[in-house]
Design a protein. Structure first.
Length: 245
C-alpha cells in the first residue's frame, strides 16, 4: 500500500541557515502523526514543503502520490491545510468563509450547502457559524478553520499548531474531533509543542534544530528513555542531542 507521505533526506535552506536538515519519514493513510518540537525547530518549514507552499532545497518526497519537487501545485488541492495563524476572512461569517472556500475547491450548489450543514453538526458550529469570524474567541475560530481544511474531504490534513493560544479543556475537545476524523480514515499530520497533544498521536518525531532526533510511538519513546513521561523524555533527548552536537 502506498504511503500518504514519504520523504527522504528533505532539506530547506534560507541563505546559509538550514531550517530543515535531511529529514526522512513515512506516514500511513489513516495515521495521526506528530511533529513535536520547540518553536524554531523546523516543524512549520517542513509542513510548508509537504503542502507545496515551499520548494525543498534538496531531497525527495511524495504527498498523496505527488512529487514535492515537481508536482507541488497538484499537492495543494489534494490536501487540507490549517495554519497556526488564523487565515480566514475576519469580516465574513463562518458560513460565508466556507462558501467561498468551497467554490475554490470546486464545490457548489446543494452539495456545498449539505457539506457545510454536515460540518456544522459534526464540529458543533451552529451557535456561531453565522457570526463574523474576527471577533470570535480563538478556539471557535479554529473550529471554523478546521471545517475549511476538511470541506473538500481530503485524504490528508496538515495542522500546524492547531490549538495554539487555546485553553487545555478546549484543546482536548478539539482532539476528540480529530480522533473522529481519523476513525473515518483521514490522515492527520500535526505539529505541536504541547506534550499532551503529542501523546494523542500514533507516532511522533521529535525535531530539534531542523533535524529529527527520534521517532516512534510516544509510549515506546518514554519507555526507551526510562523516563516517567513524555516531557521528561523530550528534555533528556534534546539535552543529549545538544551535548553531542
Amino acid at each position: 500500500m502506498d504511503h500518504a507521505v514519504t520523504i527522504d533526506e528533505l532539506s530547506k535552506q534560507f541563505g546559509t541557515f538550514t531550517a530543515v536538515d535531511r529529514i526522512s519519514l513515512t506516514v500511513d493513510y489513516g495515521e495521526i502523526f506528530g511533529f513535536l518540537g520547540a518553536n524554531g525547530a523546523g516543524k512549520t518549514t517542513a509542513i510548508r514543503m509537504l503542502c507545496g507552499l515551499l520548494q525543498p532545497t534538496s531531497g525527495t518526497g511524495t504527498v498523496n502520490g505527488f512529487d514535492v519537487n515537481r508536482e507541488y501545485e497538484k499537492i495543494k488541492p489534494s490536501i487540507g491545510y490549517m495554519s497556526q495563524k488564523f487565515s480566514l476572512y475576519a469580516d465574513l461569517t463562518g458560513r460565508e468563509n466556507l462558501q467561498f472556500y468551497g467554490t475554490v475547491y470546486g464545490l457548489s450548489g446543494g452539495g456545498l450547502k449539505d457539506r457545510i450543514a454536515a460540518l456544522a453538526e459534526t464540529l458543533d458550529l451552529k451557535e456561531f457559524i453565522d457570526r463574523p469570524t474576527g471577533p470570535l474567541p480563538v478556539g471557535w475560530r479554529q473550529r471554523i478553520a478546521l471545517a475549511t481544511a476538511i470541506l473538500h474531504r481530503p485524504r490528508i490534513v496538515f495542522l500546524d499548531e492547531p490549538t495554539g493560544g487555546v485553553d487545555p479543556v478546549f484543546r482536548r475537545r478539539f482532539w476528540e474531533i480529530l480522533y473522529r476524523l481519523a476513525d473515518e480514515g483521514t490522515t492527520l499530520f500535526v505539529t505541536t509543542h504541547y506534550m499532551d497533544e503529542a501523546e494523542f498521536c500514533r507516532r511522533i518525531s521529535i525535531m530539534h534544530q531542523g533535524k529529527i532526533v527520534v521517532m516512534g510511538p510516544p509510549r515506546q519513546l518514554v519507555a526507551a528513555a526510562g523516563q516517567p513521561n513524555l516531557q521528561e523524555t523530550f528534555i533528556q533527548l534534546i539535552s543529549g542531542y545538544q551535548g553531542n552536537g
